[in-house]
Design a protein around this ligand. Structure first.
Ligand code: AMP
Ligand code: GLY
Length: 421
């Protein structure tokens, strides 16, 4: 089979790397891909939002199966566009991807179907939003309704901060149209866990759990980023919690979407928080997480393409999905200054040396090739990923490899996988 993966970050590198192990696949293309992905797939110079070009390419090359990695094209309806041309594609349609594309939609869904989440109100009027914020105790959470590159959530410690957040989102339109509406939520506390799942519209199969580290610096200090590292499994997510979530969150969400005529097929990502009142949904995503995917897929024993085909065919209950009983840690190497301001084009050394360890795999996020050498080409550059018998073992292996890979102004967190919860 010929497969096309749409996207070009560390997540898509992990997807391509896993697909490469499938005996069913003869050829993998990735659009647009990146320099690291080009070692494992043929990269095609088409952007993830260039739907017509992607469809023309898929037809020309007789692609059998296309996998959409990123949120923007899903929310914009790329799956509907591929299906309209008779092309087989993995991901939710536009009317289901809205579960990530609109936080107001996802909150209303949870309220209607009794799925546990933080209390909230939705506003499209600035004055009413401000009056509400001032009537609530701080801290308070202000969220832009639409996609905002993971930066549209502001945890406000005071009323002044919350009003400033409303100004940024609704008046200055920092996130464009995504800020036409805001969701204002009570601030919950507790450890967080990401549980991604495979869905065929009826059946939902959770994957092994993971934990992200969103802040730029050690001890969760600094600005929020796209993710500075992950580990799997989460230390808090027991089998009992998984059973509870299956009953109160996972199956109810998939059933609710079907009931609403928005059948969800693809990867449904549950961002969860273990509060004193039990597990609650913080957010949904309609795709694989980045960098969660980098620690989840290396633990998957079953053929990824097989699972995805069962999702699209509506037969997910007919496949047994198996995981290794090990652990995985991914440390992101970023450009100094990320997520605010950083330079590109520095040479990267030590990749081959680091990958000599058979427990290490390096997923590329923001690299380019210049004069035959890898150079930095973004904020997040690489995900140094290690397998081990447990998290401490994997962490040790990962950091030993981190020391071998170098570029100017290399920045990373030293505490990935250390959290005891
Ligand atoms: P999101 O972009 O929705 O994943 O939100 C980013 C982060 O904001 C989450 O991972 C949480 O750490 C935090 N967050 C979001 N909503 C809440 C909430 N209601 N209470 C506390 N923290 C929250
Ligand atoms: N790591 C969080 C996300 O992919 O949204």
């Amino acid at each position: 089979m010929k497969v096309l993966v749409v996207g070009g970050g560390g997540r898509e590198h992990a997807i391509v790397w896993k697909l490469k192990q499938s005996p069913k696949i003869d050829k993998i293309y990735c659009a647009p891909g990146n320099a690291g992905i080009s070692k494992d797939a043929e990269c095609v110079h088409i952007g993830a939002m260039e739907m017509e070009k992607l469809i023309a390419f898929a037809k020309e090359q007789k692609i059998d199966f296309t996998i959409i990695g990123m949120d923007d094209p899903l929310v914009a309806g790329i799956v509907d566009a591929f299906e309209a041309e008779g092309l087989k594609v993995f991901g939710p349609r536009k009317n289901a991807a809205v579960i990530e594309g609109s936080k107001a939609f996802s909150k209303e869904l949870m309220k209607k179907y009794g799925i546990p989440t933080a209390k909230y109100e939705i506003f499209d009027d600035y004055d009413k939003a401000k009056a509400y914020v001032l009537s609530q105790p701080a801290p308070i959470v202000v969220k832009a309704d639409g996609l905002a590159l993971g930066k549209g959530v502001l945890i406000c410690q005071s009323h002044d901060e919350a009003v400033a957040a409303l100004d940024e989102i609704m008046v200055d339109k920092k996130f464009g149209k995504s800020g036409n509406k805001v969701v204002i939520e009570e601030c919950l506390s507790g450890p967080e866990v990401s549980v991604l799942s495979f869905c065929d519209g009826k059946t939902v199969v959770p994957m092994v759990s993971a934990q992200d580290h969103k802040r730029a610096y050690d001890n969760d200090e600094g600005l929020n980023t796209g993710g500075m590292g992950t580990f799997s499994p989460s230390r808090i997510y027991t089998k009992e919690l998984n059973d509870e979530c299956m009953k109160t969150i996972f199956q109810p969400t998939v059933d609710a979407m079907a009931e609403e005529g928005r059948t969800f097929v693809g990867i449904l990502y549950f961002g969860l928080m273990l509060t004193k009142d039990g597990m609650k949904v913080i957010e949904y995503n309609a795709r694989f997480g980045d960098p969660e995917t980098q620690v989840i897929l290396p633990r998957l024993k079953t053929d990824l393409l097989d699972i995805m085909e069962h999702c699209v065919d509506g037969t997910l209950d007919k496949i047994n999905i198996e995981w290794d009983d090990n652990a995985c840690v991914c440390v992101v190497l970023a450009s100094g200054g990320y997520p605010v301001e950083y330079k590109k084009g520095y040479e990267i050394t030590g990749l081959e040396e680091a990958e000599k360890d058979k427990n290490i795999v390096i997923f590329h996020a923001g690299t380019a090739i210049k004069d035959g050498k890898f150079v930095t080409n973004g904020g997040r550059i690489l995900g140094i990923t290690a397998l081990g018998k447990d998290i401490d073992d994997a962490r040790e292996t990962a950091y030993a490899a981190v020391d071998k890979v170098n570029f100017e102004k290399k920045h990373f967190r030293h505490d990935i996988g250390i959290k005891k919860y």
